[in-house]
Design a protein around this ligand. Sequence first.
Ligand code: SAH
Length: 256
Amino acid sequence: MSDNKSIHDFDFSLICEYFAGVERQGPGSPEVTVKALSFIDNLTNDAKIADIGCGTGGQTLVLANNAPGHITGIDLFADFINIFNANCCKLNLQKRVKGVVGSMDNLPFQDEELDLIWSEGAIYNIGFERGLNEWRRFIKKGGCIAVSEASWFTEKRPAEINDYWNDAYPQIDTIANKVAQMQKAGYVPTATFILPETCWTDHFYLPQVAAQEKFLKKYAGNKSAEGLISEQRREARLYAQYKEFYGYVFYIGRKI
Ligand code: SAH
């Protein structure tokens, strides 16, 4: 680590290293990606698709295998994009699928260029409403958007989980309110569904168990690394305890 790097930078690179070691960086599954895709009917071989906050590309490869057209994956973190592009080459998808480093608040697209914007577990980085509003101009009229987002299932929930999320992501809201935000942003909300629990357990938290052991061994005595892992473990514990009150929801809309 160079001297001028701040603690924050080091923390960030630790977080990225940790998540680069697991298949997915957020809750989801191949089945859920395919299900969300089943509500999209405007794609042809010429379609242009963007997968925003693609991470190492777990869901992008599923998209590529189940949808026609060309996909650009965008992520802020270069190491994720390197893994993404290496996987595309391995699977011989590099002609149709490409990862680029970029930020979701400054997307490298023309107005009305895209047939579909996809984003799993990532729009929270810019905020659900802001993302829907700002990304809309890149989508063709009649084109679609499909994003997954943490959402409340109930009007009221226990204080512990309410406080946790209001601290982590104050824009978490009920499904009804999120759908209204989508409509207000200029989309017809065409489908909404809750991701099954296995998207959190089998596909997200379970693969982290082994990754955590390995990470703690590598960074034994490193307070930042230990803090990161205990935070991840706390998140998984809270999910097990309070999963009836919140989860991930896919929101699919058509631009009007
Ligand atoms: N879609 C993947 C990753 C979700 S995690 C999956 O479901 O597995 C959220 C991703 O958003 C991370 O890969 C993170 O690096 C990326 N990210 C965070 N801020 C970003 C920004 N401003 N622009 C683009 N990507 C960003």
